[in-house]
Design a protein around this ligand. Structure first.
Ligand code: URA
Length: 430
């Protein structure tokens, strides 16, 4: 059968449903350079407007998986379970659940990414640890899963290479936001990494990729369906991302906060979301253990140390500290009503914690600490934020991001306490 890219673009543009062989052909031809960027761009835009059926989305995912290697974790000797977050401000949950589940007997193959824009990347956070390295070969990763139960590392070039090429094209053609494309992109990498079970943390709110619950639910259902159709046990939790998770947003500051949780403490919202995800992961992996106990009794911390050491890091070394720490004070007395996650994420980014372009470096010591979270009381002049940076020239941009949010009512202090906060875990899918 001869297939032409222009015919597939036209069919999708006109709302037709493509079959699996057409999608497989297109992904393969694009990945191997036989279909040029301009035709694939047109196809992606057609998908953006026309959507994809379940069958099309599954076929797209399978074609992206087939573009590279699939890892085999069958020899690891532990049930494998991973977690993926769609990204939020202050989201350091992976740093906690990977060692926590490893300490309970799971293998957690966490292939992570770097941050772009206002949400941080797990690898950027981990790289704040002196000596730690993100690159592991698939063979080394499997060995590490056998020995310490967890690995946090960069996805190798050989896993779902079609996704890398397609994602770069989506980025420059304003087609990142299409739900079938996001679902196929995330799930192709998770299927290629070989995990048996997966828990998806789909963030909802102003600091998240998905601003409203309806779209977040649609994305969650699409990903659960793809995973299930591919023999994976998958559950998605929709969790709120209106305010930063925990108090710290940045790199070393988030590692420090993750360590607080790993030693039995930490902010209540972070602990609640972490335990909800960890419980779901343990259920899917068939593990029966006391997650909160593993945080209190030091076993999760021991696993953390093992994982950090296995990747060249020194878990006992001091984390980088910012040479410049500035305080942003509360302009009035009252209760914090609103603390916009996006504003805090942008401030941390401007201070150097995030990158503008994907080749930019990030500063390990930059970030923001929220001294008061929604519902907490402050007096005028009390610290509202700490701004950490390695470059004093960035302070004013960080402060401006917070000032602008204050003027726009996105950070708000009122005389009365706010109504009780809604649940952190909004919905379970799957
Ligand atoms: N993260 C991914 O890996 N892919 C997307 O398309 C969006 C977020």
């Amino acid at each position: 059968m001869s297939i032409s890219a222009v015919e597939l673009v036209r069919a999708k543009r006109d709302g037709a449903e493509l079959d699996a062989s057409q999608i497989t052909w297109l992904v393969d031809a694009y990945t191997n350079g036989r279909v040029p960027d301009e035709q694939m761009s047109a196809f992606l835009m057609a998908v953006y407007f026309r959507g994809m059926s379940r069958q099309e989305t599954s076929a797209l995912t399978r074609a992206m998986v087939a573009s590279g290697e699939v890892m085999d974790l069958s020899g690891v000797g532990r049930p494998s379970v991973d977690k993926h977050s769609t990204g939020g401000v202050g989201d350091k949950v992976s740093l906690i659940v990977v060692p926590l589940l490893a300490s309970m007997g799971a293998a957690v193959p966490q292939l992570s990414g770097r941050g772009l824009g206002h949400t941080g990347g797990t690898l950027d956070k981990m790289e704040a640890i002196p000596g730690w390295r993100a690159q592991l070969s698939p063979e080394t990763m499997v060995e590490q899963l056998k020995s310490v139960g967890g690995a946090i590392c960069a996805a190798g070039e050989t896993l779902a290479p079609a996704d890398r090429k397609l994602y770069a094209l989506r980025d420059v053609t304003a087609t990142v936001e299409a739900i079938p494309l996001i679902a196929a992109s995330i799930m192709s990498k998770k299927i290629a990494e070989g995990t048996e079970s997966l828990v998806l943390d789909v963030k909802v709110g102003n600091g998240a990729f998905m601003k409203d619950r309806q779209r977040a639910g649609e994305l969650a259902r699409a990903m659960v369906e793809i995973g299930t159709a591919n023999g994976m046990r998958v559950v998605a939790l929709l969790t709120t991302m209106e305010a930063p998770l925990g108090r710290a947003a940045g790199n070393a500051v988030e590692v420090a906060e993750a360590l607080e949780v790993l030693t039995g403490g930490g902010p209540a919202d972070l602990v609640e979301v972490t335990l909800a995800l960890a419980r779901t992961m343990a259920d899917l992996a068939g593990l029966d253990a006391d997650q909160a106990g593993a945080l209190r009794d030091g076993s999760a911390l021991e696993s953390w140390k093992g994982i950090v050491r296995a990747q060249g890091g020194d878990p006992d070394a001091a984390l980088p500290v910012a040479p410049v720490v500035d305080v942003f004070v509360a302009p009035e007395t009252g209760y914090v009503q609103r603390l916009d996650a996006l504003a805090v994420g942008v401030a941390a980014w401007r201070l150097g914690a995030g990158r503008e372009r994907k080749e930019d470096p990030v500063s390990p010591c930059a970030g923001v600490i929220c001294c008061a979270k929604p519902g907490e009381q402050v007096r005028a002049g009390d610290p509202l934020f700490e701004l950490h940076t390695g470059d004093p020239g960035r302070l004013s941009a960080g402060r401006q991001a917070l000032h602008a949010a204050l003027s726009a009512g996105k950070i708000r202090i009122d005389p009365e306490p706010p109504p009780p906060a809604g649940p952190l875990i909004i919905e379970r899918v799957g």
